[in-house]
Design a binder for this molecule. Sequence first.
Ligand SMILES: CC(C)(COP(=O)(O)OP(=O)(O)OC[C@H]1O[C@@H](n2cnc3c(N)ncnc32)[C@H](O)[C@@H]1OP(=O)(O)O)[C@@H](O)C(=O)NCCC(=O)NCCS
Length: 177
Amino acid sequence: MNPSAPTNPGVLPNPVDPQRTGLATRAVGPNDLPALMDLELTGFPAAQRWSERAWSEEVDGEDRLVRLAEATGPSVAGVIAIRISDVAELNRIVVDVDHRRQGIAQLLINEAAGRLPDTVDELWLEVAADNLPARKLYAGLGFSEIGRRRGYYPGGIDAVIMNRPVCDRTGTGREHG
Ligand SMILES: CC(C)(COP(=O)(O)OP(=O)(O)OC[C@H]1O[C@@H](n2cnc3c(N)ncnc32)[C@H](O)[C@@H]1OP(=O)(O)O)[C@@H](O)C(=O)NCCC(=O)NCCS
């Protein structure tokens, strides 16, 4: 356990009411890859985009938790990919530009955290130092900066390493399966 991480970052109410908005979350399957590539195109600059093969490895990986939020339509509103070992690593999160600032990233992170196995105590991630929306999102969800990789991203941008305890802050308890 990282001593600098907050021990009680608090339960954040989720602003997305799935019943009201028509949003639902589910596991990602191979048929979702084209939609994930669309999210990559609008979500990241070319140098940071994942290929379809990279996403395919996430979707097929046995140690991965890959969930999406689906709007009515259905259209994919956002996706999260987490690698599970002794800790959980948030490998990717991206929300469709037309669905941002509606709490979808917060929903995806909270929901995924509630699905992690009890053996996993910490959720880790790396974020580009100049990605202020993502850093604000993570700080608001209780992540603390615990280090940096200097010049890790294209253009010499630092990677900020953050973590938080997994402890249940979904208010719904951990789910399995
Ligand atoms: C970062 C990202 C995932 C946020 O998704 P989102 O669904 O819009 O985020 P949420 O609506 O859940 O935001 C929750 C909180 O995060 C913060 N936040 C999110 N986007 C923000 C922005 N553009 N500016 C400032 N704060 C922001 C706010 O505190 C927000 O709460 P508020 O709307 O009540 O003020 C989205 O902007 C995105 O897909 N960006 C491109 C891909 C990316 O950078 N992924 C992260 C890589 S590490």
